[in-house]
Design a protein around this ligand. Structure first.
Ligand code: AVJ
Length: 319
């Protein structure tokens, strides 16, 4: 589960503000999905994962539980488990609970405060496992720590189909980083959401309780607080549409009227009906994901799916 961001320095905050403003000046206005996750946004996302319409989390958990012995056997003894993202989710705990001869668990996240908090939680729960958190932006190469036990291989873990947030090019760049961090003889264990009946997908992002809508609009509340913008929360509504050609959900905030939004020193003009793109959630075919993984030097060695082929967990090796 993504976690809220920690305190930023004034320089970092200004860089973020400039990045947000640049996005609002694009031909199609956009704001990065990372701004969903303030404290309230993280709680709303947690709520999303328990909604009856939101199939990914439950389905991935089911796949992990059903195949944990096979997964454990493939990971093997004395591996280093490197999780991209803070990692204290139920999926990670299932994995750590079964990988009892891990050399080290390395959660990697840009947000130091939350990384250290979740690492401590995991230490309390798995006192036998060495846990070394690494503060880094995992979209770029980073240095791995030196654990007490020399790992036999590196396993990069990226659950939750978070890869879906990335465009094709950005996903390839991320897979290249994962390939590098896995190193010779290493592997990638990744959750990948699959293409399916668009009605199922659209329901998952337009839940009847309206939690996803709240989650989306909450981004503006977060920006108002963090960057002193003046988005009128009542003037925006949630939209999530599945684009079959692109194989992705596109999530937007739609303006209900002509309005001007102030952020930094800018006044951004918005027309009635105009949207701000807040998130992509790409869905893959097994062939499509395999082609991407192979293009950066991974071989898909094993794919586990649920009985309805909604979601996949994939083990990609680096020879
Ligand atoms: C956290 C990116 C995997 O794409 O399904 C859920 C985020 N957005 N509902 C997803 C999300 C709206 C989620 N990921």
């Amino acid at each position: 589960m993504p976690l809220p961001q920690a305190q930023r320095s004034p320089v970092e905050e200004n860089e973020e503000l400039q990045e947000i403003i640049a996005g609002l000046h694009q031909p199609e206005k956009m704001i990065s999905p990372k701004y969903f996750y303030d404290e309230r946004g993280s709680l709303l996302f947690e709520k999303i994962t328990t909604l009856p319409e939101y199939y990914p989390t439950e389905t991935e958990l089911g796949i992990m539980r059903a195949n944990i012995d096979e997964i454990t056997a493939l990971v093997g003894a004395q591996a280093s488990l490197i999780e991209f993202g803070s990692g204290s989710s139920l999926k990670t705990r299932i994995l750590l609970g079964h990988l009892d001869d891990l050399a080290v668990y390395v959660p990697v996240d840009i947000s130091e405060e939350l990384l250290l908090e979740s690492a401590q939680k995991m230490r309390d729960e798995f006192p036998e496992t060495e846990i070394i958190p690494v503060v880094a932006d995992f979209t770029r190469q980073f240095a791995l720590p030196n654990p007490t036990i020399m790992p036999k291989r590196n396993i990069v873990y990226f659950p939750g189909s978070t890869i879906g947030n990335f465009t094709h090019d950005a996903a390839l760049e991320l897979l290249k980083v994962m390939h590098h961090e896995a190193g010779t003889g290493g592997a990638l264990l990744i959750g990948v959401d699959l293409q399916k009946d668009p009605a199922i997908i659209e329901r998952a992002y337009n839940d009847s309780a309206g939690v996803t809508a709240k989650f989306n609009v909450n981004m503006l509340r977060h920006l108002n607080r963090e960057f002193e913008s003046d988005f009128d929360l009542d003037a925006w509504s949630h939209e999530a549409l599945y684009d079959r050609d692109e194989g992705r959900v596109e999530i937007r905030l739609i303006s209900s009227r002509d309005q001007t939004v102030k952020i930094g020193n800018e006044a951004i003009r918005v027309m009635a009906g105009e949207g701000i793109l807040t998130e992509y959630s790409h869905k893959y075919t097994l062939e499509g994901f395999a082609a991407m993984a192979e293009s950066v030097g991974f071989r898909v060695a094993k794919v586990w799916t649920d009985p309805n082929d909604l979601f996949s967990v994939q083990y990609c090796v680096r020879d």
